[in-house]
Design a protein around this ligand. Structure first.
Ligand code: GA4
Length: 359
């Protein structure tokens, strides 16, 4: 259960603050269609991003069709024989990957497709993913990415308003740039009960069980199967959607204590993660959330994450409204390309934004 934290929200409040309505399961939740007006909605988004860097977006207005079509295409791909899937790999970092994550020894109990969200890159990659009809796959991905970009922009604009920015579109402009470096990741976590079979078939050559290691040792549950280890997302904002199989956990602030909270699966919702760049752009007013996936279910988990990112050359510097005499610049300016280079030189769990912190 998430206990509302006592942290003062960073939201500029022209009207008296409305308490965030508690959700049925304690997960920070924002109803994007709630009556109450845009002002109230923007305050709720800013508050969730400031306190937790995470929330569940419900009644988001995204039609179910694109997600259903993407899931069907993903299931078809992951059901292929290993040899056929390997045609789309190894991950460079883009492409098909099995168990290995990044280049520095991280691994998890999953296989995945990591795609650049740019239509030309999708078309190129689709040739090795759907060899019968590549445009069938790329159409489905482009449709989904379009819906995700729109939702991400809507949430970022609400955040810009909630933070009282002079130009509330400052964040969304970065991700709608034609050179945006946004990604789409489709993760397939095989059922825990059949992992022996997978090993036997020698689908990939990594060990099948990993111990949970947390940066702070909170809520450690030894022996759990790590699907995707603890990390924060490097980009601006991530939108995660999954099937009805649990596994996602987020590190939330509960009354000043950091606690790993299980996020019940909800295929009709999007789970919104603040990324490292958004933390830097807001001078730490919103926080990038640490999260992980425990893959212990006897049913396969399928999740799709859209990582909204700026162009490679974008200069990341706190917006002027977030910098005051009492709250000076926390991070030195950097480009997204520079940040990416650093993150690929580090392990998954590394708190890489700290390396850009001004002492
Ligand atoms: C974590 C978030 C995204 O899944 C990702 C990951 C990326 C990768 O899988 O190639 C990274 C990881 C992620 C951060 C640190 C580096 C890079 C693996 C890794 C060890 C696609 C991303 O952008 O950063």
């Amino acid at each position: 259960m998430v206990v509302p934290s006592t942290t003062t929200p960073v939201v500029r409040q022209e009207t008296p603050p409305q308490p965030q309505p508690p959700s049925h399961d304690g997960i920070p939740t924002v109803d994007l269609s709630a009556p109450g007006g845009r002002g109230e909605l923007s305050r709720q988004v800013a508050r969730a991003c400031a306190e937790h860097g995470f929330f569940r977006a419900v009644n988001h207005g995204v039609p179910p069709g694109p997600a259903a079509r993407l899931d069907a295409a993903a299931r078809t791909f992951f059901a292929l024989p290993p040899h056929d899937k390997q045609r789309a790999g190894p991950p460079s970092p883009l492409g098909y990957g099995c168990r290995t994550i990044g280049f520095n020894g991280d691994a998890g109990e999953l296989e995945y497709l990591l795609l650049h969200a740019n239509p030309a890159a999708v078309a190129h990659r689709a040739r090795s993913i759907d060899t019968d009809d590549p445009s069938r796959f790329s159409n489905v991905v482009n449709e989904y990415v379009g819906a995700m970009r729109q939702l991400a922009c809507e949430i970022l604009d609400l955040l810009g308003e909630g933070l009282g920015l002079k130009d509330p579109r400052s964040f969304s402009k970065l991700i709608t740039d034609t050179d945006s470096d946004s990604l789409l990741r489709i993760n397939h976590y095989p059922p825990a009960c059949t992992i022996q079979k997978l090993d036997h078939e020698n689908q990939c050559k990594m060990k099948s069980s990993f111990r949970i290691k947390t940066s702070n040792g909170v809520n450690q549950s030894a022996g759990a199967r790590i699907g995707f280890g603890e990390h924060s997302d490097p980009q601006i904002l991530s939108l995660l959607r999954s099937n009805d199989v649990d596994g996602l956990q987020v590190l939330l602030n509960c009354d000043g204590r950091e606690v790993w909270v299980q996020v019940p699966a909800d295929p009709s919702a999007f789970f919104v993660n603040v990324g490292d760049l958004l933390q830097a752009l807001t001078n730490g007013k919103v926080i990038s959330v640490r999260h992980r996936v425990i893959a212990s279910s006897c049913r396969a988990r399928l999740s799709t994450i859209y990582f909204a990112a700026p162009p490679l050359h974008a200069r990341i510097l706190a917006l002027p409204e977030t910098v005051t005499a009492n709250s000076p610049h926390q991070y030195r300016p950097f480009t997204w390309a520079e940040y990416k280079k650093t993150m690929y030189s580090l392990r998954l769990s590394h708190s890489r934004l700290n390396l850009f912190h001004i002492d």
